[in-house]
Design a protein around this ligand. Sequence first.
Ligand code: SF4
Ligand code: SF4
Length: 420
Amino acid sequence: MQAQTAVNTFVHETGGWVASQLEACTRCGMCAEACHFYQGTGNPELAPVWKVELLKRAYEQRFTIIGKLKLATGIDHHVTDDNLLHWSKIVYEACTLCNKCSMVCPMGIQLGPLIHEVRTGLSAAGMVPADLMSAVHKQEAEGSPLGVTDSVYDDRLEFFEDEYEIKLPVDKKGADTLVVFSSIEIMKYPGNIAAIAKILNAAGENWTLSHAGREVVNFAFFEGDNEETVLFLKRIFDAAKDLGVKRIVVTECGHAYDAIRWTAANLMDVPEGVEITHIAHLLGELVRTGRIKLKEGMYDNGGTITFHDACKIQRRGGHIQEPRDVLHVLAPKSFKEMIPNRAEAICCGGGGGVIAIKEADPYRYAAFELKVDQLKKVGASTVVMGCSNCRLQFDDCVQHFNLDVKVAGLSQMVADALIE
Ligand code: SF4
Ligand code: SF4
């Protein structure tokens, strides 16, 4: 029954698209070499092309003579609930939807989006890991997967204002820019809120936060539930419309940026005339145009500084150069690149909802071993990033692997270096 629901969803969502994509596969294995979960474990079932095998089977069995013949002769079998369990494990626990596999595939097969379609089918069949579903349910019921309810949000705002001696504009009609934080920042990295407020004030930006649109993380997007993804996105878009802003700035969260910047337009009507950008882009723009001034070389005496490219902000979002421009001001002598970097960077292994799933820990740590290797090779004392989900993964893994590396957020480094 669950298998039928999943298969119907696969076929409905992907149709002939999956066939035209996967029939081009030459089994060259390049996508496997690009996947940090496959590389970290050596497990062939974690190869990207295997993660989408269910879609191929569903399409073949439903629409092709070969698929029907394979079934009739026993060469292939109908998709079963056990199959769904297996794929649920590999596409939720061992895939961050980082999309590096799509980038390297010589046949141009869009493996990342196809894996997201596998998640959509599994979500329809109710085969989503319990930890991830519990975060989705919390976001439905309370407006946030980390419990940032209305009253918690008010308490946190009061705390930020007292602790960091900063005034935070909330629900300010006529503001140009709506700034949307993730609950990871609100609950775990409060310094980010203070830092970004300080930067925007220094730049003279007319900005606001929103009560109704306070949470930009989208756990339904991780799950693959498109309807619910839209519901969570709508909260932000409605807040933007209500406040009449011209721009939405997503702070340090990569998947939230992907959902609102790229995915939303494929799922729903998005407000016209509202620019959506990421704080990494804005920081680059503020420095380039001289709207904020930074103490040059401020971080040059603390050992090697390197930058971790977040898959959804750099590879997907294209904000590759801006953080580097900023770091070349902050640490011109000690900034060094990990290899590979930029669009080819290795994912941290914690995105796509993986870090929220306890059973995924062994995969998550195995994938991070590739980052350990990169950090050691570059001799990093500090690793900087612009995604708080990556930062959670780095903070946890630095402890797990006992690394002597400081983990830093880009916005906080900028705020600390402001010349006011
Ligand atoms: S890289 Fe592309 S062509 Fe090669 S095995 Fe993977 S999906 Fe197939
Ligand atoms: S999207 Fe990233 S994590 Fe997922 S299979 Fe492809 S390379 Fe691996």
